[in-house]
Write a protein that binds this ligand. Structure first.
Ligand SMILES: [Zn+2]
Ligand SMILES: [Zn+2]
Ligand SMILES: [Zn+2]
Length: 150
């Protein structure tokens, strides 16, 4: 699967950044949490829990731990979920500076991301109506160019 990482994002010390984020979100720093968060900072995803498990060094932690860590990350909003194929949860780091949406190819399942979002206007209107802490989620599905040629 081709990476769609934000290339302009500087690769800083991912482990230090993970520790900082865990602490800021009131989570104690454990080896699996640090490892999973570092991975999600490095690679954009979104990845299923199983994909994340497979990306971690072998025998570093079990799958149940990966699920537990991911749920904690979602609860603290460190991580976002996207529901792509078969309503399967995919996880990625929640970067408030890089709001984006995904499009997944219905045939090859390739995930692409794009940053143009026109929903800000709706959010502004909702703020005016008195709502706070507004979020939205929207996934697109289509057939990619490669698959069209095949
Ligand atoms: Zn993404
Ligand atoms: Zn495709
Ligand atoms: Zn949006």
């Amino acid at each position: 699967m081709p990476s769609h990482a934000h290339s302009h994002k500087k690769v800083i010390d991912l482990e230090a950044k993970s520790i900082e984020l865990l602490k800021a979100n009131g989570l104690s720093v454990t080896a699996p949490r640090k490892m999973i968060l570092s991975l999600l900072l490095k690679e954009h995803g979104p990845f299923s829990a199983e994909e994340i498990f497979k990306k971690l060094p072998k025998y570093s932690c079990d799958q149940a731990t990966v699920y537990r860590c991911l749920n904690q990350f979602v609860e603290t909003q460190l991580v976002n979920t996207a529901y792509l194929e078969k309503e399967l949860a995919h996880f990625e780091f929640n970067d408030p500076q890089h709001h984006h949406h995904h499009i997944i190819c219905k045939l090859c399942k390739k995930i692409d991301s794009f940053h143009d979002c026109i929903l800000d206007k709706i959010e502004t209107n909702l703020l005016k109506k008195g709502y706070k802490d507004i979020q939205h989620r929207l996934e697109f599905f289509g057939v990619c160019e490669t698959c069209q040629k095949a």
